[in-house]
Write a protein that binds this ligand. Structure first.
Ligand code: FES
Ligand code: FES
Length: 181
C-alpha cells in the first residue's frame, strides 16, 4: 500500500525480482497542479520536458554552466538540470510557457522578438527567465544588475548586445505599465 503524505506518497513499481521505487508527488507548474510519479534522483528538467512536455526549458550542458534550463521556483531563477524534482514540491514552478497572460506575451518575450535578441533561440528561455526573476524582484535594476542576473546564461549566437537591449526595453515597458495601473 502506498504511504501518503500531503504532497508526496511512496509506491513501488516493477516486480518482486526487479522493484523500483517511485514517489507520487504534486507539482505546481505554471499555475496548474500535476500529480506525477518520479524517482528520487530525477531532476526537474527531465520532469518538465519528459513528463509534462514543457519543452521550452532547454537541456544545454546538463551540468550547471549554460543557463539554458533556467526556470523560476517561487520567483527565483534556478537551474532545473541541477534541481531535484522533489525539491520543487510545494513550490511554484514557472517555465517560459507560463509567463504570458492569456494571449498576451510578457514584455520580455515581445522585446526579444522585436529586437532580434535571439538567433537560434536555444538560450532565450533561460535568459528571459533570469531577467524576469530580476525585474520582478527589482523593477528598476541597473544595467550592472541586469548583467549580473544573466551572467550564468550563455549565448553562442548574438554577442549579448541585443539581449541587453531587449531586457532594457522590456524593463521600461514594465515600469510604464505599472505607472499606468
Ligand atoms: S542545462 Fe542546466 S545549466 Fe546547462
Ligand atoms: S540565440 Fe543561439 S545560443 Fe543564444
Amino acid at each position: 500500500m502506498p504511504q501518503s503524505a500531503d504532497s508526496v506518497s511512496i509506491f513501488f513499481v516493477g516486480n518482486e525480482t526487479a522493484p523500483s521505487t517511485k514517489l507520487i508527488a504534486k507539482f505546481c507548474v505554471n499555475g496548474s497542479e500535476h500529480e506525477l510519479a518520479v524517482r528520487p534522483y530525477d531532476v526537474l528538467l527531465d520532469v518538465l520536458r519528459e513528463n509534462l512536455s514543457l519543452t521550452a526549458t532547454k537541456r544545454g550542458c546538463d551540468m550547471g554552466t549554460c543557463g539554458c534550463c533556467t526556470v523560476l521556483l517561487d520567483g527565483e531563477a534556478r537551474l532545473s538540470c541541477l534541481t531535484l524534482a522533489l525539491d520543487a514540491v510545494g513550490k511554484s514552478i514557472t517555465t517560459l510557457e507560463g509567463i504570458r497572460e492569456g494571449a498576451v506575451l510578457d514584455e520580455l518575450q515581445r522585446c526579444w522578438y522585436e529586437t532580434g535578441a535571439s538567433q537560434c533561440g536555444f538560450c532565450s528561455p533561460g535568459f528571459i527567465l533570469s531577467s524576469k526573476a530580476l525585474l520582478d524582484r527589482k523593477p528598476e535594476a541597473t544595467l550592472d544588475e541586469i548583467k549580473e542576473a544573466i551572467s550564468g546564461n550563455i549565448c553562442r549566437c548574438t554577442g549579448y548586445a541585443k539581449i541587453l537591449e531587449a531586457i532594457q526595453i522590456a524593463q521600461k515597458q514594465k515600469l510604464d505599465r505599472n505607472i499606468c495601473k
